[in-house]
Design a protein around this ligand. Structure first.
Ligand SMILES: C[S@@+](CC[C@H](N)C(=O)[O-])C[C@H]1O[C@@H](n2cnc3c(N)ncnc32)[C@H](O)[C@@H]1O
Length: 314
């Protein structure tokens, strides 16, 4: 199902698996909830975010191109993410909006609305790659849930904690350091889960998706926000110009060398991610992680991508 949902946005309901080797349009349905087994959680952490022992992460799924283990340009094991984000927190929230022309906030709102449409009253939500807690704050403000936010970069979390305190949400939001690949939480302990701008930083997106799915209860809602490459050639050309030329310069002018580095990194990172892991591949990976009724919505002429689904019973 394909339908327009607003200016430059479109939504696709992908409740059926595409035929293998196909174009990605709906094909024959397959049983849902057939996600690969994940190691049962041995983590002692409380779902509120009181971190305990981590458990072994899932085994890696085959790479879509068959190049399992090939080096990713963005580096692995969180090193690049920490290097990249360590110097950003002070201006992160402002520049994330300025450099995206306010689209980041709009995308977050759409993601959270979709999540709360799937579960109107979640009691516990996990926000993975929470950064400075922008999404965690939105979740706490728009629902009655307690929210755990997890991120690999301590400096981002520090800034997040300040914001949470300033907005009076410290009793509802708990931020913890950790890796998306090895969540310090037991199985099925969250009613809903969000993750934003994460999968470009992990070595094995399929295994990470299985790990994220592991901590969501059956029937729980999952939502993701990520950048994307516009499909329309005209918008893609503009997007290439913006990400390759404008963003590095604008990053430098507004945020100095750290933001110039982000500006240089972002466009190639997004392009390379989708070359390796196209959207249809990602939809299949969600399903293989046990997440059903996967929906995809392209935002802002294709520069943003939101996905939602519901954890199956399998
Ligand atoms: C672009 S920021 C997004 C932050 C926040 N989600 C937002 O929307 O503002 C990406 C975040 O992902 C975090 N990150 C990257 N790799 C991670 C991993 N393997 N586990 C947890 N967090 C990770 C980074 O530290 C960074 O804070």
């Amino acid at each position: 199902m394909l339908g327009r949902t607003g200016e430059g946005d479109e939504t696709r309901m992908l409740s059926q698996r595409r035929p293998s080797g196909g174009s990605g349009e709906a094909g024959a349905a397959r049983p849902s909830g057939t996600g690969d087994a994940h190691p049962s959680g041995t983590g002692d952490a409380h779902p509120s975010g009181e971190a305990g022992a981590a458990h072994p992460s899932g085994t890696g799924a085959a790479h879509p191109s068959g190049e399992a283990g090939a080096a990713r340009p963005s580096g692995g094991s969180g090193t690049l993410a920490r290097e990249l984000f360590d110097g950003l927190p002070a201006r992160y929230d402002l520049l994330a909006e300025v450099l995206s022309f306010g689209q980041n906030r709009r995308w977050r709102r759409a993601m959270v609305s979709g999540l709360l449409g799937l579960d109107r009253a979640p009691a516990r939500i996990l926000d993975v790659a929470t950064g400075t807690a922008g999404v965690a704050l939105m979740l706490a403000e728009r629902s009655g849930a307690t929210v755990a936010g997890l991120d690999i970069t301590e400096q981002m979390l520090r800034r997040g904690k300040e914001q949470v305190a300033r907005r009076g949400k410290a009793s509802r939001i708990n931020l913890v350091a950790g890796r998306a690949e090895q969540l310090p939480f037991p199985d099925h302990c969250f009613d809903a889960l969000t993750f934003t701008y994460l999968l470009r930083y992990v070595d094995d997106p399929a295994a990470t998706l299985r790990e994220l799915s592991r901590v969501v209860r059956p029937g729980g809602a999952v939502a993701n926000l990520e950048f994307a490459v516009p499909a329309n050639p005209v918008w893609r050309l503009s997007w290439n110009g913006y990400t390759r030329l404008v963003l590095p310069t604008a990053g430098f002018l507004t945020g100095g060398p750290e933001w110039a580095a982000v500006g240089r990194f972002l466009g190639p990172s997004i392009s390379e991610h989708y070359r390796r892991y196209p959207i249809d591949w990602t939809v299949d990976a969600w399903r293989e992680a046990g997440i059903e009724d996967v929906r995809v919505r392209r935002m802002s002429l294709g520069g943003g991508l939101i996905m939602w689904g519901r954890k199956g019973n399998g």
